[in-house]
Design a protein around this ligand. Sequence first.
Ligand code: HEC
Length: 174
Amino acid sequence: MNKNVLGGGLALIALVIGIMNYISIAELTSNIEDERIETVQSSTEEEHGEEHYELAKAMGYMQTYTHKLYLAGQNENWELSSFYAHEIEETIEEIESAKVVDEGYDISTLVGTMTNPAFEKVEKAIDNQDAEVFADSYKLLIQSCNACHQTTKHEFIKIEVPSVDAVFNQNFSK
Ligand code: HEC
């Protein structure tokens, strides 16, 4: 008899704890949903140009994609190289259409003018699966990145041809 009462009590406690957990998870989920809705709304505002375009973010993509492009090219993985070349192209086009002026420099106009000659050579090398031309034209592409950084008073952002053991394709020294 006593055992049964004890067992019933434990079952009740377990049930209460179960309900409490269920409620807190439900609250959490609804909080996450609210957050998500706010995020979606603010990114829609950005799309309509009501907020400042974040050039540094797009440049971050340029850096990541150029780094990966190099590693793929080094491995003569042309399918992957072509994927990253395409991502770079899309990022350039995104910057072009964002009409970015940074400290008086018309970045949207400059970005294509400065990178396209080298970039087209890289694309051709990928199409021809030519590792040597790839390596040479890749160097030119990186030079074009730095040429613009110098022109736009961001000479402290120095992009490099990646080395095997470096985490970033960037020179962080003064
Ligand atoms: C038309 C000019 C121009 C070209 C071309 C250009 N950049 Fe930039 N880049 C800038 C400017 C301007 C900034 C500073 C942005 C800011 O002030 O928010 C910048 C910033 C950066 C940064 C700093 C942001 C970060 O995530 O650390 C990186 C990295 C970068 N660029 C990489 C590249 C790479 C890689 C290329 C070539 C594939 C490239 N850039 C080509 C103008 C250019």
